[in-house]
Design a protein around this ligand. Structure first.
Ligand SMILES: [Zn+2]
Length: 511
């Protein structure tokens, strides 16, 4: 087929796929134009990448992490063929900063993106390049299907994406009757990726496990709960609230107004759910965790449908799958709920990386504490791509290959207003944090004896405490210096494209 004719066909397929995912015609056509630009034919397409972020997923509520309830059969099977990072710690207990750390390989005080405060959104500074931009430069077709709100495009999360759309995920989430067929647009992207000879980077994100835990269809929602304890717990999502959301998503396109509208409906639903719940009472906590586990099992079903599409399309073995979460969730362990603070139950998330074809790392477990901001540096190292401008994330490959080293202070940051004044660190078997609670404003735990951080040791271990205090001060200085360095470097050179291209050539992916 002549090149021009092929381009026309591809353009049509792409626009159709984009429209199916709920994207505007204009955005779809713009992205499609880029795809049909002439480029060298590849000899071997690099692997596609799926990054699945299951918002608010606790590692210890999954079978692969030892949870006794059968909530995650798909994910557990996948874990057996992946590298399982037993202890992955998120860089923030909230959605926007945690995701931006994953996308940039930078700590929250450096990228500066926090959750929306009263509808105010801070956008990623222009001079910071995301890993998705780097992937696109190296020839990937980049598609993001996400749940919106604190991963909205307005924060800069859309940078580097050919398409970044909330509509596919949000509409189905609200309808709460997802079927495998609803995820069919993903098949179109895979076909598009093959037709255009570009590997696919697919970012999938949803809020199924986020409070209020009412997304799963009724049959699933009550899988692990019986009886009625308090008024709120059985409320589910009111049909009127669903209608309100669908209407809002259909009508309001302006990001801030859209976000505020969604948050308002969510808060009202959340208030209904939590009314009368006292997590300090074991029977209440058990009940709430039952609802949460039902959501986890629904998220597992979604993963199963996604994998089925890749299997059908014979792309399973040429794809890197990463499954993780942006933060975890508290069920009263430190007197609170949901995720705002810096205790282990807010930050310990699952992390699986399933490498393509090679069985070399299948079933491996990494016990060292790692960071979610190390994920992209690891993928780039594995693919032989240059990581770009200086980043703080480090490759985790040394933990698998035993070549090189991985030695970091694992730090996470808590938001107050528009800054990140609170830090939690893990090092040498201890955790330390400056998270204020009604019982204090500084915490020290021995993770060897007390993995759930229940017994504060700051009075008994003054020397360890002093070491952490000094390190905390250093970390803030280091981050300020790093942010200045990035600012001085400015926007990365466009020439990076050709450097990446050369690396791909060296690997035999292009010629
Ligand atoms: Zn989140």
């Amino acid at each position: 087929m002549p090149l021009e004719a092929l381009a026309t066909v591809l353009l049509g397929v792409f626009v159709a796929a984009a429209l199916a995912a709920g994207c505007s015609k204009e955005a779809s056509e713009k992205a499609a134009q880029r795809l049909v630009e002439p480029k060298p034919r590849s000899t071997q397409r690099p692997p596609s990448i799926v990054l699945l972020s299951i918002d608010t997923l606790r590692a210890d509520h999954l079978g692969a992490w030892g949870y006794p309830r059968p909530v995650s059969p798909t994910l557990d099977r996948m874990a057996a063929r992946s590298v399982r990072f037993a202890r992955a710690i998120s860089q923030a207990p909230s959605t926007a900063p945690a995701h931006m750390s994953i996308f940039t390989g930078l700590a929250p005080p450096v990228h500066g993106v926090h959750n929306a405060v009263d509808g105010e959104i801070t956008e990623l500074p222009e001079h910071i390049e995301t890993y998705v931009e780097r992937l696109r430069k190296s020839g990937y077709l980049t598609v993001g299907l996400h749940g919106g709100v604190n991963v909205d495009a307005a924060f800069g999360f859309d940078r580097g994406f050919d398409l970044y759309s909330q509509d596919l995920i949000s509409y189905n989430w609200i309808r709460a009757s997802w079927t495998g067929a609803d995820l069919e647009p993903i098949r179109s992207w895979l076909q598009m990726s093959r037709a255009s000879d570009k590997p696919l980077f697919l970012f999938l994100h949803h809020y199924v496990c986020h409070a209020p835990y009412v997304t799963a269809p009724a049959a699933t929602a009550h899988r692990f709960t019986e009886g009625r304890l308090v008024e709120g717990l059985f409320a589910g999502m009111a049909p009127s609230a669903k209608r309100e959301l669908v209407e809002l998503l259909g009508k309001v396109r302006e990001p801030r107004a859209r976000m505020m509208g969604i948050l308002d409906i969510y808060r009202r639903q959340s208030d209904v759910f939590w009314s009368g719940v006292e997590l300090a009472r074991p029977e209440h906590r058990k009940h709430v965790e039952g609802f949460y586990d039902a959501q986890v099992s629904y998220a597992d079903q979604l993963l199963k449908w996604v994998l089925a599409i890749f299997r059908d399309e014979k792309e399973l073995e040429n794809t890197i799958f990463v499954v993780l979460s942006d933060h975890a969730e508290e069920f009263g362990e430190h007197g609170g709920k949901e995720h705002e603070r810096l205790f282990v139950e807010h930050l310990h998330v699952p992390l699986l990386i399933k490498f393509p074809r090679s069985e070399a790392y299948a079933g491996r477990v990494v016990w060292e504490t790692v960071r979610t901001m190390d994920v992209f540096p690891t993928l780039f190292d594995y693919l032989g791509l240059q990581k770009g401008e200086p980043v703080q994330g480090q490759t985790l490959m040394p933990l698998l290959t035993k070549r090189g080293s991985y030695d970091v202070t694992v730090a996470s940051f808590g938001q107050r207003g528009r800054s990140f004044p609170f830090v939690r660190m893990e090092r040498e078997g201890f955790s330390y944090s400056t998270q204020p609670t009604k019982d204090g404003a500084e915490w020290l735990f021995d993770l060897g004896d007390d993995s759930k951080e229940q017994e504060d040791l700051k009075a008994r271990r003054p020397i360890v405490l002093e070491r952490f205090r000094a390190r905390a001060a250093e970390i803030y200085k280091e981050h300020a210096a790093f942010a200045r360095k990035l600012e001085n470097l400015g926007r990365p050179e466009a020439g990076a494209d050709s450097i990446l291209q050369k690396q791909l050539q060296a690997l035999g992916y292009t010629k």
